[in-house]
Design a protein around this ligand. Structure first.
Ligand code: SF4
Length: 121
């Protein structure tokens, strides 16, 4: 599976109880699929900062992994916004996170450059 694992782990994150934090915020209310014993779904509301303002279904745990830690993103608000954008576009968040991670790895290894990414890099 494509991933962005070459850089190690998120700096300074090992000591924090990240899992509990991600499942509590941002302003998360349980919203599980019917009869599911796992119940990973949350309804979330983000008001600040304004560029992340959002009221929607929050990211599932796979999305937190693939669009969060896999991409070295530790801000649950940023992951929530990426999740919402992907959902609105009908894009699978796990696949999207894997492909972006793969592109990041290719960029870091010099296999692709900003010329290949339209200047993003
Ligand atoms: S998305 Fe989450 S809540 Fe829904 S069925 Fe899967 S694990 Fe359960």
């Amino acid at each position: 599976m494509p991933s962005n694992t070459g850089g190690g782990c998120l700096a300074g994150r090992r000591k924090e109880p990240r899992r509990a934090k991600l499942h509590r915020g941002p302003d998360a209310k349980p919203y599980p699929c019917k009869f599911c014993p796992v119940g990973c779904h949350r309804k979330i509301k983000i008001t600040e900062p304004g560029e992340y303002a959002l009221e929607a279904v929050g990211p599932e745990y796979e999305t937190l992994g693939m669009m969060g830690t896999n991409l070295m993103i530790s801000d649950p608000k940023a992951v929530s916004l990426a999740n919402d954008i992907a959902n609105r576009l009908g894009i699978d968040t796990i696949s999207a996170g894997a492909m972006v991670g793969f592109a990041m790895e290719c960029f870091e290894r010099g296999w692709i450059t900003a010329r290949d990414t339209g200047g993003v890099g």
